[in-house]
Design a protein around this ligand. Structure first.
Ligand code: HEC
Length: 274
């Protein structure tokens, strides 16, 4: 009887801990950490974010510096960290940016929700859930910004990977394309912004949105103006209750970035027809 009770208790504990567990896959192996363990970590501290873009106000978190975490995971300077959320959003963030350092524009932290003092629900989301149990936040210097996709919340896993350009060379552009060609910037922006939700010809890890090359590339069925409009604000082209792709303000995605992404998409579509 006592054994049964102990087993039930263990199962219950495992159940509640599983909800608050983060998988950390480093270059030195993979492990699971609980929110409780991270909250008790000596490196964890109080961090105030003056203008948190997810909560749209100042937020104070218990958070561990990403630089500490990445060191423990033996993540290399040229690596990327793939941050996967519980809803299949999956963004690759350059380790160099997360590691910070004296010249970095921003300092990154992994904020940990304390089950005893939960964060509020994310404003504007119908599900009423918070950004927890784990979220990446950035303490920005004056006049600096970080791509909004890099504020990755509701995290389930962080994994060290090679850079997306190395992992998926098929995304790349030919060496003959000049360095200043917008196609190159388009690829950079596509990787940083769009691949959080979309794959391209199978490349990528996200599963939220459609693959943008399989079977057809959007430049092959959207008029250029309609595609630009859709990338600025999908609801300006078509809308339905379950629309998930966000609008991008001019800060997050200037017109020149939209043009560059469309140029890269067109480049890849033309390459395929050769
Ligand atoms: C947060 C996730 C997310 C991000 C980031 C995102 N998308 Fe989407 N996108 C979606 C989803 C989901 C759909 C499917 C329609 C819907 O539910 O909104 C979609 C639809 C599209 C479509 C329409 C495809 C079709 O044939 O109907 C295009 C084109 C597109 N996205 C391009 C992009 C590009 C380019 C970027 C980067 C600037 C981007 N998306 C960023 C989630 C995203």
């Amino acid at each position: 009887m006592r054994l049964l009770l102990a087993l039930l208790l263990l199962a219950g504990l495992a159940g509640s801990a599983a909800a608050q567990t983060l998988t950390l896959a480093g270059r030195n192996g993979s492990r699971q950490v609980t929110a409780a363990a991270l909250l008790a970590d000596p490196a964890t501290r109080e961090v105030t974010i003056a203008a948190d873009p997810v909560y749209r106000r100042a937020m104070t978190y218990r958070a561990i510096p990403m630089a500490d975490l990445l060191k423990r995971l033996a993540v290399g300077d040229d690596d990327y960290v793939q941050a996967r959320a519980t809803d299949n959003f999956s963004v690759g963030i350059p380790a160099r940016l997360l590691e910070g350092g004296p010249d970095a524009p921003a300092e990154a932290f992994l904020a940990v929700e304390d089950p005893a003092r939960p964060w509020p629900p994310i404003p504007g989301k119908a599900d009423g859930k918070s950004a927890g149990p784990f979220t990446i936040v950035w303490r920005l210097g004056a006049r600096t910004a970080v791509s909004s996709e890099y504020w990755a919340y509701r995290l389930a896993a962080l994994a060290a990977t090679d850079s997306p350009f190395k992992r998926w060379p098929a995304l790349g552009v030919a060496a003959s394309v000049p360095a200043a060609d917008p196609v190159r910037r388009g690829l950079d922006r596509f990787v940083a912004v769009c691949m959080a939700c979309h794959r391209f010809a199978g490349a990528g890890e996200a599963e939220q949105g459609p693959d943008l090359a399989t079977p057809m590339n959007p430049v092959d069925y959207f008029r250029p103006e309609a595609l630009r409009k859709l990338l600025r604000d999908p609801a300006s082209v078509r809308t339905w209750p379950d629309l998930k792709m966000p609008a991008f303000g001019p800060d997050a995605l200037p017109d020149s970035d939209i043009d560059a992404i469309v140029a890269w998409l067109a480049y890849k579509a033309a390459e395929r027809k050769k």
